[in-house]
Design a protein around this ligand. Structure first.
Ligand code: NAP
Length: 243
């Protein structure tokens, strides 16, 4: 199958390697290679001959400008996909994004999903939980030299490599016309994740539960954990940290 992967960051770079290993013809595209989803520049070339497009781009900011980013980029990608005869558009979103209206970025991801769903091309939405790789940056937002402050938000994080595996399965199959949730095998509270992460790094700072600290303070209850039909990935956070 001819598959174009748009975005070559954490997920896109691994996905291109995985899809190639599975025997697909893969084209990659991103801003730094001259393909700009905001303007449409380079898109027609990037999509020429593609059966499937996987959109794993990300907004440069998490604030309300991310709404404009996803509105414009989905519009341009769907239009270019129609011109190129693409028959499957895949996007990577976030488990529970529709449950946290207080966060601009999550509302932007929901907008991205809605525009895809309302568009002309058969689609699949893969919703992943928070990536293991995202845990340390999350902690750094609310850390100083003496302590790390984190809310006790329930999360079920996943290794990016496991997200890639699920995306590769979806990209190589018929459009779902719906959502597949993927999550890691273990559920933690964010402060527990903080303690595990610091211990693995030999960092002796305490983790203080602070339900007003950082991005996840806006999350109510366990809305970011997956539903019963989610695909549960194999990699455990403790093993990943140890590796
Ligand atoms: N972090 C999480 O825990 C989590 C959880 C669930 C879902 N997700 C979703 O996963 C997706 C991928 O995340 P990631 O961590 O792989 O992102 P990332 O590493 O930040 O990579 C983003 C990619 O988007 C490209 N890009 C940005 N603006 C562009 C534009 N105007 N035109 C073309 N390409 C553009 C960048 O291109 P350059 O490299 O060339 O600049 C980069 O390759 C995101 O949509 C995110 O919402 C994340």
């Amino acid at each position: 199958m001819n598959i174009t992967v748009i975005g070559t960051g954490l997920i896109g770079s691994q996905l291109a390697t995985e899809l190639t290993a599975r025997g697909h013809e893969v084209t990659t595209a991103s801003l730094s290679s001259g393909v700009d989803l905001l303007t449409g520049a380079g898109l027609d070339n990037a999509l020429a001959g593609a059966d499937t497009v996987v959109n794993v781009t990300n907004s440069p900011t998490f604030d309300d400008r991310s709404l404009d980013f996803f509105r414009t980029t989905v519009g341009n990608l769907l239009a270019a996909g129609e011109r190129a005869g693409v028959s499957h558009q895949v996007v990577l979103s976030i488990v529970g994004a529709d449950q946290v209206a207080e966060l601009d970025y999550y509302r932007a991801k929901v907008l991205q999903e809605e525009l895809l769903r309302g568009g002309p091309t058969p689609y699949s939405i893969v919703r992943a939980t928070q990536f293991f790789e995202f845990m340390e940056p999350t902690m750094s937002w609310t850390s100083d030299e003496t302590a790390v402050r984190l809310p006790a938000t329930p999360l079920q994080p996943i290794a990016s490599a496991d997200v890639v595996d699920a995306l590769a399965d979806v990209a190589g199959a018929a459009p779902l016309g719906g959502i597949l949730e993927v999550a890691g095998p273990d559920r933690f509270t964010l402060d527990e994740i903080g303690r595990l992460t610091l211990a693995a790094r030999g960092d002796r700072r305490p983790v203080v539960v602070d339900d007003r600290a950082g991005l996840f303070a806006a999350v109510r209850g366990d809305v970011l954990t997956p539903g019963p039909d989610a695909r549960v990935a194999p990699t455990h956070y403790r093993d990943w940290l140890a590796g």
